[in-house]
Design a protein around this ligand. Structure first.
Ligand SMILES: *[C@@H]1O[C@H](CO)[C@@H](O)[C@H](O)[C@H]1NC(C)=O
Ligand SMILES: *[C@@H]1O[C@H](CO)[C@@H](O)[C@H](O)[C@H]1NC(C)=O
Ligand SMILES: *[C@@H]1O[C@H](CO)[C@@H](O)[C@H](O)[C@H]1NC(C)=O
Ligand SMILES: *[C@@H]1O[C@H](CO)[C@@H](O)[C@H](O)[C@H]1NC(C)=O
Length: 434
């Protein structure tokens, strides 16, 4: 009997002794590995099989658990362009792990348990355009991890445990357009970290622990589209002339500077939940379209400040400490269309103060302490105002009559419902009052 066992063993192919993973074909040269289990001992020897392996372009793991991607994958599927091994319990990427992945363009390793990207982690996979490592546990990246990835366009490292990045780590990424580093623990970013990335136009470093961010390193002759530095500990931002959009919510920003000497490209500046005290402390941004300074510490505002932003359409000043607004504009501004003044401290407001902003479409005055709102001729002063938001105020019924008359003769929608009123308020002609 022993002799028979030995003979059978010799006759069987090698694959019986190594893990063989069978890929189920799907449409479009794509196949799925469902429920694959590969322990660390299996990784070096695991093999793959599928119909037409040499033409396959996409492999997708599902409900699988693998310690690492077995290197045999790229020998078996030499034309593999997309590999999706998201949420597959992967713990390791080894040096040269992807050396055989000559055709690979997109690698999705989201939601795994990778702790480290070693030297030359992706070396050899020269055609990679996207690497998605979102939501792993990466705390160490070796300086050469991304060596020679000269086609890489998107590198997604959000949701890891990075505290620092080694000098030169992105130096070969000359085509990288988009970099996600949000939700890490980065305490600083080197001043020359992006010197090898001339194509970078979108950077997200929100939800880190940055105390400073040297934006000067993004200065180039062409535009940089977007930087999101929200939820860090910045106190100053110095905006380079080529930056188009800066989002920095929830820092401790007290100072905004511009390094432009000959005009700035900035079109969007979003700085809610910071410590700014005055709109006039902002530099001039002649192309700015959106300015969001909600939930800062602004106590005074004059609409003349808007002239610093030659194209401003949307102005958000909600959640500040405004009790009144003034207007020393001498000529009308017609670009401003949306003004948000909710959650301030207004008790009385005369809309005539906004007469030099005649193209206003929407005005938000919710949740102030307004007892009275007056206006001389609503449809004449604001012929296109389609929405006036008044919920959450303290209107006096008697004092609201003239306003109601104006509202009824205009195109402005304003009506509140019973649910918007407090217990002690009545709903009269769409206005909660007492
Ligand atoms: C197959 O690939 C083509 C071209 O890439 C695409 O347009 C099509 O939607 C794909 N079909 C399926 C079923 O995935
Ligand atoms: C990768 O696979 C996961 C399921 O494991 C799926 O949710 C995700 O959409 C896939 N990603 C891509 C880019 O195909
Ligand atoms: C940056 O990342 C944060 C956190 O994931 C996200 O909420 C935010 O929308 C991103 N910023 C941009 C501009 O996409
Ligand atoms: C400033 O900008 C104008 C046009 O935007 C351009 O003609 C001029 O050469 C620029 N000057 C400098 C010093 O860059």
């Amino acid at each position: 009997m022993w002799a028979i066992v030995v003979m059978v063993a010799i006759a069987l192919p090698q694959s019986v002794f190594s893990k063989q993973l069978v890929c189920t074909m799907e449409l479009n040269r794509s196949c799925s590995l469902i429920g694959a289990k590969v322990s660390s001992d299996d990784v070096p020897t695991a093999t793959f099989s599928s119909p037409n392996p040499t033409t396959l372009s996409r492999v997708q793991f599902s409900r699988s658990s693998l310690t690492a991607i077995p290197p045999a994958m790229f020998q078996t599927f030499p034309k593999l362009e997309t590999l999706n091994a998201s949420s597959s319990d992967i713990k390791q990427v080894q040096s040269n792990n992807f050396a055989g992945a000559k055709a690979l363009q997109a690698l999705y390793l989201r939601g795994n348990k990778i702790h480290e990207l070693p030297a030359l982690a992706f070396f050899g996979a020269n055609r990679l355009q996207t690497i998605d490592l979102t939501d792993n546990a990466i705390n160490t990246i070796e300086a050469t991890a991304f060596k020679r990835l000269r086609d890489l366009k998107a590198l997604l490292l959000a949701g890891n445990s990075l505290t620092e990045l080694p000098t030169g780590v992105f130096d070969d990424l000359s085509e990288m357009e988009s970099l996600e580093l949000q939700q890490n623990e980065l305490a600083s970013l080197g001043d020359r970290l992006f010197q090898g990335c001339p194509s970078l136009t979108s950077l997200n470093v929100s939800h880190n622990a940055l105390k400073t961010l040297n934006l000067a390193q993004f200065e180039r002759r062409w535009n940089f589209d977007l930087i999101d530095a929200s939820y860090n500990q910045l106190t100053v931002v110095r905006i380079p002339p080529n930056l188009r959009q800066l989002v920095a919510i929830g820092n401790g920003i007290r100072t905004v500077e511009s390094t432009a000497t000959n005009g700035s490209e900035l079109i969007l500046l979003k700085l809610p939940h910071n410590k700014l005290t005055n709109v006039d402390e902002l530099p001039v941004f002649e192309k700015l379209i959106t300015l969001d300074l909600s939930f800062n510490r602004i106590r005074e505002f004059d609409f003349r400040s808007v002239t610093r932003f030659g194209k401003l359409v949307l102005l958000k000043l909600d959640g500040n400490q405004l009790e009144s607004v003034s207007n020393s504009l001498t000529a009308p501004i017609t670009h401003l269309k949306y003004v948000h003044l909710a959650d301030n401290h207004f008790t009385h407001l005369d809309l005539d103060v906004l007469r030099t902003v005649p193209r206003l479409l929407k005005l938000d005055l919710r949740r102030n302490r307004l007892e009275q709102l007056s206006v001389t001729d609503l449809s004449d002063s604001f012929p296109v105002m389609v929405r006036l938001m008044l919920e959450g105020n303290r209107f006096r019924c008697e004092a609201s009559r003239p306003l109601l008359k104006e509202l009824k003769g205009s195109i402005t929608a304003y009506a509140m419902t019973r649910n918007d009123c407090r217990k002690d308020q009545n709903l009269i002609d769409g206005i909660c009052c007492s």
